[in-house]
Design a protein. Sequence first.
Length: 389
Amino acid sequence: MKPHPARMGHVPELDTPSSAPPIFQTTAFDIADLQLLSELHQGKASGHIYTRDSNPNHQALADSIAALENAEAGAVFASGMAALAAVSMTLCHSRDRILVARSLYGVTLKLMKRLETRFDVEVVYVDATDPASIKQAVDDRTKFCLIETVSNPLLEVSDIPAIVNALGSVPLVVDSTFTTPELIRPIELGASIVIHSASKYLNGHGDVMLGVAAGDAATMRQVRSTSSVFGQNANPFESWLTQRGLRTLPLRMQHIATTTRRLAKFLTIQRVCRKVYHPSLPDHSTAATATRLLPQGCGGIVSFELNGGGKDRVSSLMRAMPQIPFSATLADARTTVSHPATTSHGFMTRQERAAIGITDEMVRLSVGLESFEQIQSDLQAGFEAIENQ
Ligand SMILES: *Cc1c(COP(=O)(O)O)cnc(C)c1O
């Protein structure tokens, strides 16, 4: 009989394995018989059943993240938001109470608002730079506390050991997107779960949407189950790309951290800059915490405020620096700028932003892989262009 194309194209296992990992772009896996299925369900056989639940590319990345974070196990999700949603929905039920940092990433704050309005979770906002106030906010209904290692865009560093201490037995969940395991490993400092938007530094090339989490094996199993039920799974190609990005993470983060520290200093002596926010600067509110917890560097984000001119002057600066594009992300391989007042914090009123120190003249720089001199000269050209306007 003529062979049917639906049955063609299967690649056999090879005696010469591919140097780079293959991509398992498959919905499901062929299972020899019901005996094997039962062994797979019980964890007695190794293998996968359905990609929404698990896939070799997700598994490889989850294991890599767990190893880098010094955690027992990891998990992979469709985005950083999916990771945050899956972890939150695993750790709390309706009528539970959770503590979350007031300065969280804007969309994470929206997620917390949804947990409150749709799922009846009591959300208490705390100051991540004030462990004593966190201690006061804990009670026996508190299921977890969510913070970020370094806040956006003011770059306030959280004192993780002090917060762990303040929380007692309440688990601390840390979004370490801005820092990566190259700069800080929250689990080693006592946190229970660490989360990343891998769309940022872990992948590092601006071409992926992915989230990861790592923690103890039992919790991660539950989190993966939540993710499967709510359909928050990633796709294998994104895990494969992120795995590829991870290979250069140490080199990228070292370069970025060093370049950013030098650029922060350069920004402080610019006439058009009123204020510069970076934890490596001695006048930053959390400089001492940064010295203690981030000895390898504080990451690649630095924010600065122009000395007047409002949004129009920020737009002029953007137009004057064509090599440093305005982009609504961070941690691209290229250096980019963003405008917190209209992007990450656009959901707040002007007054609310003013209360936390975010003005219309604030610019956030995400330092990429170019040389210090290249980025410095582009910034210089931009500043000179707007200086006399
Ligand atoms: C980008 C980001 C997220 C959300 O991640 P996505 O991959 O965009 O869903 C969460 N937390 C922080 C700190 C981020 O920067």
